[in-house]
Design a protein around this ligand. Structure first.
Ligand SMILES: *[C@@H]1O[C@H](CO)[C@@H](O)[C@H](O)[C@H]1NC(C)=O
Ligand SMILES: *[C@@H]1O[C@H](CO)[C@@H](O)[C@H](O)[C@H]1NC(C)=O
Ligand SMILES: *[C@@H]1O[C@H](CO)[C@@H](O)[C@H](O)[C@H]1NC(C)=O
Ligand SMILES: *[C@@H]1O[C@H](CO)[C@@H](O)[C@H](O)[C@H]1NC(C)=O
Length: 506
């Protein structure tokens, strides 16, 4: 941490000297001296806080307890880090779709008490066997909501039933043995798939004893602007409510709902009540509502540098891997998630300088090869493989930067989807194999080798479960020499301190 500050502080003092605000060179060096002194004392101060100089430093306490803790500042007792067992899920589902949708829940649900929570249905379904050992959560039937007003034209009044899952879950837990352990309620839909280890990584950053409402808005600017809000956690992407806040919401939720009969959904009713309590949305970009149509290829190949927590609308988009069904496709992504969840769909960019190609890896998902050297600032922008929620193909309606799939036929990327991945236990390295997706192959007269000469890409990467405990940084990749025909070998690692993505030093 101290080292990190050091690096950021130094250039600032130099830069100031170059600016005309400081008149003479002597005052400049004086300023530099002052800055150095301030910095040094700050350095010593923070160092003393963090290490052996201070016998009561939080790190000392950590060591003596030999359990992971959250550091809550001096004077407070260390707290066990948040784990899966501290989370209770509330899954919104309906009896008519449950038969099919439960396949999505099975993909991520961990049975035998490893995960806690329930699926909430409007009415009982046949063949609902949900014993503790079954692959699915317990099924609960929501209580009657027919007395609540619902006035949104052409909307679904099930929104009221679903929004009340928060308070029904609090009442379900009230007074039970497991309530003591509950730190977070996490809401999701039956077509939401959670990456639970990453969910835990995100929630760990926050003090569960305080009021937190964590999630993300929609990809669709118009949805956020008109129908809903940038301050709302979209229910399909899933959201987390700290347990004290969930209890506070439970107290007021029914009366609150009555004040908003004109709203459309369940998540906007939660949002409305949160605004009454005064708790803002804490935005975490790993929650994905995915209000888009078409292919998620562009979005999942360039994920923000944050752990991926959820994906949603899997029935709306095409299967995330081609030539397979939706459920099998997500299961394949889960193979990678099991090997190195923290790095799932994290990007790395490198150049094959013998062939003038740009290589972009989305770990556990795809590799793209593009002719010519494309700068990192372009490669980290998602391509428009998807359509916007209003089916206008209007990318001013997307609430972040996107770029066309290609600008010229020659630069159309070749896409290699992961086919399988294993853990090589002798070297503790993951090996994922990617196969080329055959699609439209444009003619190109650039005299640059055709990436279609590659059929298979082998990606090596050591798991990096601690990466999000550090400042975010993209991984680096290297194209390795190989004699295997039609094969490319890529090694993905954490970048060295001075490593950059550039095709020339000029
Ligand atoms: C589960 O199924 C049984 C019989 O098939 C039914 O009696 C029961 O009400 C159902 N429970 C739920 C929660 O759907
Ligand atoms: C929890 O249970 C206690 C004791 O039965 C009851 O007094 C209280 O109202 C309950 N609270 C909630 C939120 O259900
Ligand atoms: C990979 O294998 C090594 C050695 O057996 C083991 O320590 C590690 O936990 C494994 N990793 C995963 C993700 O299975
Ligand atoms: C990948 O690079 C790392 C760091 O340079 C190295 O330790 C590792 O052996 C490489 N892996 C392979 C499979 O070449």
């Amino acid at each position: 941490m101290a080292e990190h500050h050091h690096k950021e502080q130094k250039p600032i003092s130099y830069e100031k000297c170059n600016k005309p605000i400081i008149s003479s060179s002597s005052s400049c060096s004086f300023t530099a001296l002052i800055v150095l002194l301030i910095f040094l004392s700050y350095f010593l101060y923070s160092f003393s806080f963090m290490s052996f100089l201070n016998p009561y430093s939080p790190s000392k306490i950590t060591n003596s307890f030999l359990v992971p803790v959250i550091r809550l500042g001096s004077g407070q007792k260390p707290v066990e880090e948040t784990e899966l067992k501290h989370i209770v899920f509330g899954i919104a589902a309906s009896s008519d779709l449950w038969r099919r949708r439960k396949e999505y829940v099975k993909i991520w649900w961990k049975p035998n008490g490893e995960m806690k929570g329930a699926v909430w249905l409007d009415k009982p379904v046949k063949g609902n066997a949900s014993s503790p050992s079954s692959a699915l959560p317990e099924i609960k039937i929501s209580s009657d909501t027919s007395s609540f007003k619902y006035r949104y034209r052409n909307g679904h009044r099930s929104a009221i039933r679903i929004t009340r899952i928060v308070s029904e879950t609090v009442r379900m837990l009230n007074g039970t043995e497991s309530e003591r352990n509950v730190r977070w309620l996490v809401m999701g839909d039956d077509d939401t798939v959670f990456f639970s280890e990453n969910l835990v990584r995100v929630l760990r950053k926050y003090d569960h004893k305080q009021f937190y409402y964590i999630g993300a808005p929609s990809e669709s600017h118009l949805q956020n602007l008109h129908q809903f809000s940038y301050g709302m956690a979209y229910g399909g992407g899933g959201f987390a409510i700290s347990y004290p806040l969930a209890k506070a919401l439970e107290k007021v939720q029914d009366r609150c709902i009555e004040r908003y009969p004109d709203l459309y959904g369940s998540d906007d009713r939660v949002h409305a009540c949160m605004t009454e309590i005064g708790v803002p949305l804490t935005r975490e970009v790993g929650f994905h509502q995915f209000d888009v149509y078409g292919s998620l290829l562009g979005l999942l190949s360039v994920h923000p540098q944050a752990p991926i927590v959820s994906i949603h609308h899997l029935d709306v988009v095409t299967p995330i891997f081609p030539k397979t069904d939706r459920v099998k496709a997500v299961k394949r992504l889960m193979i990678a998630a099991k090997l190195d969840s923290a790095s799932l769909v994290q990007q790395s960019i490198c150049y094959d300088t013998t062939r003038q190609w740009t290589v972009s890896v989305s770990w556990g998902y795809t590799v793209h090869i593009t002719r010519t050297y494309m700068p990192a600032r372009m490669m980290e922008v998602p391509t428009r493989t998807f359509n916007d929620w209003h089916k206008r193909h209007d990318f001013t309606n997307i609430a972040f930067n996107t770029r066309p799939i290609t600008y010229t036929a020659c630069q159309r990327p070749r896409v290699f989807y992961m086919s399988h991945a294993i853990n090589d236990s002798s070297s503790d390295t993951t090996i994922s194999v990617h196969l080329r997706h055959n699609e439209w192959n444009p003619k190109c007269d650039w005299g640059i080798a055709d990436p279609s000469s590659i059929n298979r890409i082998i990606v090596y990467k050591k798991p990096n479960p601690d990466r999000w405990n550090k400042a975010p940084r993209r991984d680096c990749c290297r194209v390795m020499p190989t004699t295997m025909k039609g094969t490319m070998v890529v090694n993905v690692t954490a970048c060295a301190n001075d490593e950059i993505v550039a095709y020339s030093d000029k």
